[in-house]
Design a protein around this ligand. Structure first.
Ligand code: NAD
Length: 436
């Protein structure tokens, strides 16, 4: 039987712990072991049944979770997803990966994740609002700007966060028995959620942040792998043309790289001479599909196996698996989607010297900009786009350089190197606090 996501997260942690253990001596070895044991399970999982009134007057219940994995480096941080496949084990795993993602980028957060088992496509806007508010009530006692800071994830949006901010603020007031709960006792409710609309304390630059962070990482990788190649000669294939895929494609093209393949859920297009992502987006908006003139139509499976320099999966998880890993011709993979490479495929790619920039690093531009949003909310200030962009570039460049140095020092893959940096930071914080 295959491992569930949380079992996979534990297996990864054990592997990395085995590589790091020799760095700890004397009493710290026992502390290291104790920290690793503790990191195998989240600090806390909040669960509950949300009772939501449907538009027709019936009431329905939805299973909900919030996992708080570790907060040694700062408040728990992570998104909330609405999806039928949400499970406790998945939420636990995702909260663990958030701990590593925040640690690898050096932002002062721990890891958390939330989820509701629901198919949001079957709910009206009013039902979604009531569901979001019910979720906010469930987690209110466990969140706050210095405690746990949720954000959007799969099928949740800035609008979802706006509803949750409002309900959280009212609920804190109700619980504190403040006479008018709209003027509640909640300390800085805006800093308790990120990914909010810009008019409600959201940050400039959040929309393009993940794609931009990925392109910054790509440029650093190119310096290492193709130091003498001109940008125009470097070919990039991108799977997925949503928020992440589009911005990655647009910014890579703008910088002069050759984006030769793009796809969405219906399939892909390939043009060896290069594509203009902005034209492709406008065409798709107008016609509902990718353009077919002057390009070769390809399947999503074919896109993954193109002879390009860089492959950028930006859609689904598990698309590079043990079936196709040995046919991947790209020299490097930049994981913009979460979990696009299975663990078996990872081993095949490593054996074939295909360098993989792991998701915890490549797509961390989003959470980094969430961090900036929180900082701005705490200060009651809003930064111009330029400031967000400059700071984001610095975080991503530093995180890449640290991962690369670890890779050079240990000879481990990009993924293991990033995990080694992250786990070491979290364990050290636990030891320094005297938690273990
Ligand atoms: P999105 O919903 O905006 O876009 C998803 C894209 O994937 C769409 O273009 C869709 O057509 C395409 N797609 C769907 N099914 C497909 C299939 N079978 N084959 C190929 N393409 C398919 O989502 P997004 O926000 O761009 O997120 C994409 C990935 O990036 C996800 O794994 C997400 O978890 C990850 N991610 C996103 C962010 C962010 O800030 N948005 C941050 C970190 C990680």
């Amino acid at each position: 039987m295959s491992m569930n996501p949380h079992q996979q997260a534990i297996k990864q942690l054990e592997k990395v712990a085995g590589l790091l253990r020799s760095e700890y001596h004397d009493e710290d070895t026992a502390r290291f072991d104790a920290a690793i044991e503790r990191l195998k399970e989240p600090d806390r999982v909040i669960e509950g049944q949300l009772e939501v009134e449907m538009d027709d007057g019936r009431s329905e219940t939805f299973q909900a979770y919030r996992a708080q994995h570790n907060n040694a480096r700062g408040p728990y941080k992570g998104g909330i997803r609405f999806h039928p496949d949400v499970s406790k084990e998945e939420v636990k795993a995702l909260s663990t990966w958030m701990t590593w993602k925040c640690a690898v980028t050096g932002i002062p957060y721990g890891g958390g994740k939330g989820g509701v088992v629901v198919d949001p496509k079957k709910l009206s806007q009013n039902e979604l609002q009531r569901l979001s508010r019910a979720y906010a009530r469930l987690i209110t006692p466990y969140i706050g700007p210095q405690v746990d800071i949720p954000a959007p994830d799969v099928n949740t949006t800035p609008q979802t966060m706006a509803w949750m901010v409002e309900e959280y603020q009212q609920e804190v007031g109700r619980q504190a028995k403040v006479v008018d709960s709209s003027h509640s006792a909640a300390e800085n409710p805006l800093a308790t959620f990120t990914g909010k609309p810009v008019t409600l304390g959201g940050s400039e630059g959040r929309e393009e942040a993940t794609g931009l962070g990925g392109v910054v990482v790509m440029e650093k990788l190119v310096e290492q792998l193709f130091p003498t190649k001109e940008k125009k000669q470097i070919t990039v294939a991108i799977q997925g043309f949503g928020n992440v895929g589009y911005w990655f494609a647009y910014l890579a093209h703008q910088k002069g790289y050759s984006v030769v393949a793009i796809s969405d859920s219906r399939g892909g297009i390939y043009a060896p001479q290069g594509l203009d992502p902005e034209y492709v987006l406008n065409y798709k908006k107008e016609h509902g599909s990718l353009p077919s003139d002057g390009v070769q139509e390809i399947s999503n499976a074919e896109l993954l196996e193109l002879a390009v320099d860089l492959l950028v999966p930006s859609a689904l998880e598990g698309v590079i698996d043990k079936e196709n890993a040995h046919r991947i011709q790209a020299k490097a993979v930049i994981e913009m989607a979460n979990g696009p490479t299975t663990s078996e495929a990872d081993e095949v790619l490593a054996a074939r010297n295909v360098f993989v920039v792991p998701d915890v690093l490549a797509n961390a531009g989003g959470v980094s900009t969430s961090y900036f949003e929180w900082v701005q909310n705490l200060q009651g200030y809003s930064w111009p786009l330029q400031e967000v962009t400059t700071r984001l570039k610095k975080i991503m460049e530093t995180a890449f350089t640290e991962m690369w140095q670890m890779h050079q020092k240990t000879g481990q893959t990009g993924r293991v190197s990033a995990y080694m940096t992250a786990v070491q930071r979290v364990v050290d914080a636990m030891i320094m606090r005297g938690q273990v």
